[in-house]
Every structure is written in C-alpha cells, then in structure tokens.
Design a protein. Structure first.
Length: 247
C-alpha cells in the first residue's frame, strides 16, 4: 500500500526536522524525555543520545524484549529506543526503525555507526504504510508518535499486518480522557507537538481491537503542560500494550 504525505505529515516532518538541532522532548515538559526510562537502560548510551529522547515514556521496559526477537520502532527519531532494544535482543535479533523525516534518519544512522550497532537498520516510511513485510515482527514499539498520525486506524491495521502471530505491541503515547476541542484539532502546530492528534484512551483501545489485536491495556502515567488553557480530561501519557492472536 502506498500513502502520500498530507499537510499534517508535512507539518510534523518540518517540526521534527527542526528538533534535530535541539535536544528537547516532543512535549517540552517534565513528563517527557530520558527521565522516564529505567536508569539501568541508559548506562551505556552517550548522554547526547539519551538526552535526545523525543518520547513520553519507556516502551522498552514494557516490551520485556528477549534475545533473538525482531523489533519494529514506529517513528524511531534519533534511534534511542532502537539502540536500547538492540542491546536486549542481541546479535541474534534485529531492530528496524521507521521514520519519515530525512534529518532524523540521518541522525539515527550516524548514531548507530558511532555506537557500532550492526543489528539495527533505519527505513524511510510512513506509519500508515510501513516498509516492512507481513508477519515478520515479534514486537512493535513506539514512543509518543502514533498520536501524530492523521489515520490511526490505518496505523493499527499496519501493526497487525507486520506482527507475527502471537506478536505484541508495547507503546508509550499521548491519549486523552475526552475528545480534544475543535479549535485544537484544527491547529497544525498542535498536531506536530503531540497534542491535537491525541484521541481518547477508549477510542485508542477500540481502534486496536478493531484491527484484530487482543489483550489491549492502557496504563496512565502522567499529565503534562501543553501550553494551552486547561482542558478537562485533557492529554496524558500512557503505556499501551496489546497482542496479535496466535495462529
């Protein structure tokens, strides 16, 4: 399936291309960045790489990766989660990062070469049309990225497609308690900043289930300052897990 970029994709790409020149998180708050990781995970990661976390949580600990597994990171950014995953799956495993932003891909590839990772590769692509073969992935991870997609149901379908039977999903993302106000939904910059694209946790769960995934769980982790007037039941970070049924 081929999917072309639309204005939301282009705004997000421009926003994150700019982020390659900074070291701040996507939501620029205390809820995000490397502080949410288990510190033991970061002991062998250079500070400039761990500090360039654009996520909102720790999908690696949630994933409970095993040696030899194949891992797909959706919206891999500078590669931090890919490198953490690569260490856990070892040389018998493999990690694929997918991102649509050329500047991020260049940064991730340079980081991989610098750190000597040979079981990690980075591919150009959209989450709505992942450049990954069917039924080849043990674990899909993602960190504060699926909320950026304008077609989350297609992303969920793609996750189901690439997972092996029995494969699992481990995601940190931004969701809400209630739908976002209309004035936020039409703000392109708010989309790029992990805000406008956030959907209610119930809708997120139902979307995963509609795609065929089971054992869906959403665990709230914390709210954050989005630089907008207070929104009742507004955005919060959560850990989200699910599984593709075994054949």
């Amino acid at each position: 399936m081929e999917t072309k970029k639309i204005p939301i994709h282009e705004a997000v790409e421009s926003y994150y291309a700019g982020k390659t020149k900074t070291s701040t998180s996507c939501c620029d708050s205390s809820c995000c960045g490397d502080s949410l990781y288990n510190p033991d995970l970061l002991t062998e990661i250079p500070a400039d790489i761990s500090g360039f976390s654009l996520g909102c949580g720790d999908p690696i600990s949630l994933a409970a990766l095993k040696p030899g597994e194949s891992v797909l990171d959706l919206g891999s950014g500078g590669g931090l989660d890919c490198f953490l995953a690569a260490k856990q799956v070892g040389m018998t495993g493999r990690v694929i990062g997918v991102d649509m932003t050329p500047e991020m891909l260049a940064k991730a590839r340079a980081n991989a070469e610098r750190m000597g990772y040979t079981n990690v590769e980075f591919r150009t692509g959209l989450l709505e049309a992942m450049p990954v073969e069917d039924n080849t992935i043990d674990v899909v991870i993602s960190n504060c990225v699926i909320n950026l997609s304008p077609d989350k149901q297609q992303v969920f379908q793609e996750i189901y497609r690439v997972l092996k039977p029995g494969g699992r999903l481990a995601v940190s993302d931004i969701v809400t308690g209630e739908p976002m106000p209309a004035e936020v939904l039409t703000d392109i910059e708010a989309w790029a900043a992990c805000v406008a694209g956030a959907v209610p946790a119930k809708e997120y769960m139902e979307g995963l289930q509609k795609a065929g995934l089971t054992d869906v769980q959403v665990t709230p982790k914390g709210t954050f300052d989005i630089g907008l007037p207070v929104i009742p039941n507004g955005p919060f970070s959560a850990l989200i897990s699910a599984r593709k049924p075994a054949a």
